[in-house]
Design a protein. Structure first.
Length: 244
C-alpha cells in the first residue's frame, strides 16, 4: 500500500509538472519591514484559506498578537497559500501530502531564511492546522539551523508520525473533546455524518470541509477561548519570546 501511495504521488507530481511551482504567494519582504515578529499562516485542507477565511484562527492570531505586544514586539501576519483553486492545485496538494511536501517545504524554508537574513531583528512563527501542520513541520526540519524561526501546529493528521521539529509547539487536542482527525478515529466521522447532509454552515464541536461543505469531525476545533489551547500557546510564547 505504501508503494502505491508513493507511486501515485510521483505520478501526480510528474503529470502536473513544474508549472505550479509559483502557485502560492511568497512572503513579501516589505511586509516584514521594521516588524519584530512575522506570523505566517498555513491553513488546513487544500491550503487555500487566508487567515480571514478561518474565524477560529482569527481569534487565535489576535490572542497571539496581543501577548507579543505585551512583551514589546510588533507583528505582521501573512497568509501563505499552498494551492491554487483548480484541479492542478488539488492534485498537487494530494501528491504533496503523500510525499510530505519535499519541494515546497524546502522552498518556503528558503523564503523564511531570506526573510530573517534581510531583517536581522526579525523572528518568524509559522502557524498551521491539520494538513497545513504536516507541511509546516516539514518546513521546520529545513530550518533547524535558524534559531529565529518557531512554529505552532494544531491537529496534525493521524497518519503523519514524524517527530515534532525543534522550537515547535504541537497541540493535538483542544482539552474538551478528543480530535478525531489527529487520533485517527475515522469511524466517528462516518457515524456522525451518516444521517446528515453536509452543509455550508459550520457545525459546532468540530468539522472538516469537503469542497464548500462541512462534515462533522468532533474535536477538530481549536479556539483561543478554549483554556487548554490558550494556555499552551501563551506558555510557548513566554518561553521563547519573553526576553524582549
Amino acid at each position: 500500500m505504501s508503494i502505491f501511495y508513493i507511486t501515485f504521488g510521483l505520478f501526480c507530481v510528474n503529470m502536473i509538472g513544474s508549472a505550479g511551482d509559483n502557485e502560492h504567494n511568497s512572503i513579501h519582504l516589505e511586509e516584514a519591514e521594521d516588524k519584530d515578529v512575522v506570523l505566517v499562516w498555513n491553513s488546513g485542507g487544500w491550503g487555500r484559506k487566508t487567515i480571514e477565511d478561518d474565524p477560529d484562527w482569527v481569534d487565535i492570531f489576535s490572542g497571539i498578537e496581543s501577548e507579543l505586544r505585551d512583551m514589546g514586539y510588533s507583528t505582521v501576519t501573512v497568509s501563505y497559500i499552498r494551492s491554487e483553486n483548480n484541479l492542478r492545485g488539488l492534485l498537487r496538494e494530494i501528491a504533496g501530502s503523500l510525499l510530505y511536501f519535499p519541494t515546497r517545504a524546502e522552498k518556503l524554508a528558503d523564503e523564511v531564511n531570506l526573510l530573517t537574513e534581510s531583517n536581522s531583528d526579525c523572528k518568524v512563527i509559522l502557524l498551521a492546522t491539520s494538513n497545513g501542520a504536516v507541511f509546516v513541520n516539514e518546513v521546520m526540519k529545513h530550518l533547524e539551523d535558524n534559531p529565529r524561526v518557531y512554529s505552532i501546529q494544531t491537529s496534525r493528521l493521524f497518519w503523519y508520525r514524524d517527530s515534532t521539529a525543534q522550537r515547535s509547539l504541537l497541540i493535538d487536542g483542544n482539552g474538551e473533546t478528543r480530535d478525531v482527525l489527529s487520533s485517527g478515529n475515522i469511524w466517528s466521522i462516518i457515524r456522525e455524518n451518516a444521517l446528515r447532509i453536509p452543509t455550508t454552515e459550520k457545525p459546532p464541536g468540530g468539522s472538516v470541509m469537503i469542497g464548500d461543505r462541512y462534515l462533522k469531525a468532533l474535536g477538530h476545533e481549536y479556539m483561543w477561548e478554549q483554556p487548554s489551547v490558550r494556555s499552551e500557546i501563551i506558555s510557548f510564547l513566554h518561553t521563547h519570546f519573553e526576553s524582549q
